[in-house]
Design a protein around this ligand. Structure first.
Ligand code: RIB
Ligand code: CA
Length: 318
């Protein structure tokens, strides 16, 4: 499987990248970046530096969207700084990558890859859906050839996290999300409905702390920041939002309950960013979304730590 990750490289995005690089049956052919947890410049820098840390500077990084549809600026919020730190990776300072971002845009890379690999290509989005929306808008014929699109986005049966109604990736660009969800392109939605069933905290990452590599040390520091802050003050820790989207792309059977549905996104009023059934598609027998409602959390967490432990153990320190 050829895999593209679309990241707003924050901490769970970094964990998704590590997990994807450890997957024997997936070839990560590129990472496209977007604003979201951080500004686009930080998303590009964090992704390049993480690939250097993980000794995979062969993976090309593409610069994507700078701000959401309908806006000409983007500022990260205190909420995002609380969860991901000011630099997006838990204020952990990494050695600077020697690689540069690609000259080709993220959108053109997505389209070119869809044309080149078609059914064999899986795209996992883990940030706002702006890059994907731009690619569908520019060449829907090409994008309809993509084998699978799995997005960490939305919340269908539970409240949001960035507002009571909206999950962060959707709320950070509701117009782009609405366009993608209504485009007719098929996708799997990995929303908070399932990602909040995959929480980790200190006990879970003990295994990483014994791995004598710089990569393990940095990933441990980032994750400690993350589970300390994402759901602080409750019994929760940090949710493996983006890694679960990678898991569902690699093995759809990890989702034990999936709802076929046509979705839309509310784009005005207090419930802006809410993902909800599309009334106009209610009686359409063709359902473009498959929404994860239940997940085998035990199996996922076991696989996540098996894959990441093995990968982090074998990363040659730079
Ligand atoms: O709501 C969680 C999502 O928003 C994750 O992708 C996290 O990285 C942030 O982008
Ligand atoms: Ca993300």
């Amino acid at each position: 499987m050829k895999l593209i990750l679309d990241l707003d490289t924050g901490i769970d995005d970094a964990l998704a990248l590590t997990y994807a690089l450890g997957q024997p049956e997936a070839e990560l052919i590129g990472v496209t970046t977007t604003f979201g947890n951080v500004t686009i410049d930080k998303a590009v820098k964090n992704t390049l530096d993480l690939l250097a840390l993980l000794n995979r500077e062969d993976v090309p990084v593409f610069r994507g969207s700078v701000f959401p549809w309908g806006s000409n600026s983007y500022q990260t919020t205190d909420d995002l700084h609380r969860v991901h730190g000011l630099n997006g990776i838990g204020n952990v300072v990494l050695l600077e990558s020697s690689k540069a971002v690609q000259s080709q845009s993220a959108v053109d890379f997505l389209i070119e890859s869809a044309e080149n690999f078609g059914e064999d290509l899986t795209i996992v989005t883990a940030g706002p859906l702006t890059n994907l929306a731009e690619a569908i808008k520019k060449n829907s014929t090409a994008m309809s050839k993509v084998g699978r699109i799995v997005m960490m986005a939305g919340a269908l049966t539970i409240p949001g996290n960035l507002s009571p109604f909206a999950e962060a990736n959707v709320l950070n660009d509701p117009l782009a999300a609405k366009f993608v969800l209504e485009s007719g392109i098929s996708f799997t939605m990995i929303g908070l409905d399932v990602t909040l069933q995959t929480m980790i905290d200190q006990k879970d990452i003990k295994q990483w702390q014994t791995i004598p590599t710089n990569a393990a040390k940095a990933i441990t520091e980032m994750t400690t920041y993350y589970y300390t802050n994402e759901y602080s003050g409750e019994e929760f820790g940090g949710a493996l939002h983006d890694p679960l989207a990678v898991a569902a792309a690699i093995d759809p059977a990890i989702l034990t309950q999936v709802l076929p549905i046509n979705l839309t996104v509310e784009t005005t009023g207090p419930s802006i960013g809410r993902t909800i059934g599309d009334l106009t598609g209610l009686n359409n027998p063709i359902k473009s979304a498959a929404v994860g409602l239940a997940v085998d959390s035990t199996a996922f967490l076991e696989d996540f730590f098996t894959i990441t432990n093995n990968f982090l153990m074998n990363v040659k320190s730079i």
